[in-house]
Design a protein around this ligand. Structure first.
Ligand code: BGP
Length: 477
């Protein structure tokens, strides 16, 4: 397959998140965050939705984030492997609680600041551009306990302080930033996305949209600060993308598909266009939601819009208004989708749809007319290490090959895409399941779902394949 449409400065690389890779969950004075309260197993999903039993880790539970893959201590070794693949960029996140352990400390924690200084130096040493997310599923637990997390406006200003602190500290080293990872996730997994905990009788939707408003204002204030502190920096939003298809051409299905897309686009409409979209007014009225906004918010949102649209793409989604069809909801995907008869699914039930990637990229381009940055894409699969130590992950290569080809087609369609950082270039903890077994990497990590294993790193077949993709700038897939 040949493809040479990628710009010469295209940012090829990979993406990880602090909470799924670093481990060392209390090292250097770090405070607890959301994920440190997420065990593996059955009840993980219910906690992620906001049914949180306790604000400390419980005896007898296994918390995969506590050690994760120990990237905190092993990042030099890992960076050398990323450099060997030719990475131009690595997307990481800063853990808020390493910088401000409680989220509202008087002064920033030097040990935490130093860790990311060293990490960014290591990247730059290898000519790997850091792409940094400020918040990737990790609100400090103290802020959840004390303020109810993002439902409280207080978080807006605490987040602004945190953002300014890291912009000032890393302004010479980091030029690409993102505010909230998959900001729309707070509608689906509100504890994971925004630290929201619910009790009996709560108006859940209203709390979610109030928290969303606070995150949107915080995102705009961080954007403002980034532009002031790092004039040659770029800051983006980050959407869990994947267009909804109507199951049939019945206008009811088509309309529902549009509404489902808007549920996600709502966030980006505000972050990119700077105003609440017209349809949100009706949505709030129809659901009788009262969202408190301060008089200055409209100007803040208007004046500080993002420079680029970051997004993750794993799957398309399909929606139906027919009860018979709805009975066939697929399970694995957090967004809820009916099964699409034209498409296969991954081992974890996520629809595989490369063409949907091109469709989504085109839609985002049409809607926002800003550069796109694909900051997550990949296949979660279980890998077997053969007796000779090889990991032949042809299924992963096949998935990535077909998606990158469609990304090339989108570029030919006229979509501006500045980079592609595939998810989990080294195996890390899965966000939705907490499993290690759900692997995305080009690099295998010896660790299982129970936390056993040597943590040794090992190249998979896809390692060599991706290296070649980058070397040929996407021409050899
Ligand atoms: C996104 C998150 C990531 C990540 C990825 C894959 O939702 O931004 O943190 O983990 O999906 O999901 P999972 O790990 O559940 O397979």
């Amino acid at each position: 397959m040949s493809n040479n449409v990628f710009p010469s400065d295209f940012l090829w690389g990979g993406a990880i998140a602090a909470n799924q890779a670093e481990g060392a969950y209390l090292a250097g004075g770090k405070g607890l965050t959301i994920v440190d309260l997420l065990p593996t197993g059955e009840h993980r999903r219910s906690i992620m939705k906001g049914n949180v039993p306790a604000f400390t880790p419980l005896e007898g539970e296994f918390y995969p984030s506590h050690e994760a893959i120990d990237f905190y201590h092993r990042y030099k070794e890992d960076m050398a492997l990323f450099a060997e693949m030719g990475f131009k960029a690595l997307r990481v996140s800063i853990s808020w609680a390493r910088i401000f352990p409680s989220g509202e400390d008087e002064t920033a924690n030097e040990a935490g600041l130093q860790f990311y200084d060293d990490l960014f130096d290591e990247m730059l040493k290898h000519n790997i551009q850091p792409v940094v997310t400020l918040a990737h599923f990790d609100v400090p637990v103290h802020l959840i306990e004390t303020y109810g997390s993002w439902r409280n406006r207080k978080l807006v200003y605490l987040f602004e302080t945190y953002a300014k602190t890291v912009f000032n500290r890393y302004k010479e080293k980091v030029k690409y930033w993102m505010t909230f990872n998959e900001i729309n996730m707070l509608l689906h997994l509100p504890f994971l996305g925004a630290g929201l905990v619910f009790k009996e009788g709560d108006n859940i939707k209203e709390i979610q949209y109030q928290a969303a408003h606070h995150q949107l204002v915080a995102s705009a204030l961080a954007t403002k600060a980034c532009h002031e502190i790092i004039p040659d920096g770029k800051i983006g939003c980050m959407l869990a993308a994947g267009s909804f298809y109507p199951y049939t051409c019945n206008p009811e299905d088509v309309f529902q598909g549009m509404e489902k897309d808007r549920e996600s686009y709502f966030f980006i409409d505000v972050q990119s266009r700077g105003v609440y979209p017209g349809y949100s007014k009706r949505f709030f009225e129809d659901h009788n939601l009262h969202i408190v906004m301060e008089p200055e918010d409209a100007d803040i949102l208007k004046n500080h819009t993002v420079d680029y649209i970051g997004f993750s793409y794993y799957s398309s989604r399909t929606t139906s208004t027919d009860p018979e069809v709805i009975k066939n909801m697929t399970s694995g995907n957090v967004f809820g989708s009916v099964a699409n008869p034209y498409l296969a699914k991954s081992e974890w039930g996520w629809t595989i749809d490369p063409k949907g990637f091109r469709i989504t990229a085109n839609q985002l381009h049409d809607r926002y007319q800003k550069p796109l940055f694909v900051v997550e894409n990949g296949l979660g699969a279980s890998d077997e290490v053969s007796p000779d130590g090889e990991i032949n992950d042809d299924y992963r290569i096949d998935y990535l090959q077909r998606h990158i080809a469609e990304m090339g087609e989108a570029i030919k369609d006229g979509v501006e895409i500045i980079g592609y950082t595939s998810w989990g270039p080294i195996d890390i903890v899965s966000a939705s399941s907490g499993e290690m077994k759900k692997r995305y990497g080009y690099i295998y990590v010896d660790r299982d779902n129970e936390g056993k294993g040597s943590l040794e790193r090992r190249k998979k077949k896809s390692f060599h394949w991706y290296k070649n993709v980058i070397q040929s700038n996407g021409a050899n897939l």
